[in-house]
Ligand binder design. Sequence first.
Ligand SMILES: [Zn+2]
Ligand SMILES: [Zn+2]
Ligand SMILES: [Zn+2]
Length: 88
Amino acid sequence: METECTHLDQIQEVAPSADGCEDCLKIGDDWFHLRLCETCGHVGCCDSSKNKHAFKHFRRTKHPIIKSFQPGEEWGWCYIDEVMFESL
Ligand SMILES: [Zn+2]
Ligand SMILES: [Zn+2]
Ligand SMILES: [Zn+2]
């Protein structure tokens, strides 16, 4: 894989924590797109959603890598290196 990311060892076999953004579900809010934390399986909403829970999850936990949780999308992203992966 062509990457400048040094966090690939933090990718785990994860099971999604919820079918939607778990933090939005708690507060009864909605989201635009979903992101899956590749370290712990947290499902959060994307940066185009008003609550940006995936990014907040990174800031809280330092889990660096997320993957799109949209059907048919395989790309990923490292928040620390700001590197995009075509498929994870
Ligand atoms: Zn990285
Ligand atoms: Zn959310
Ligand atoms: Zn996580």
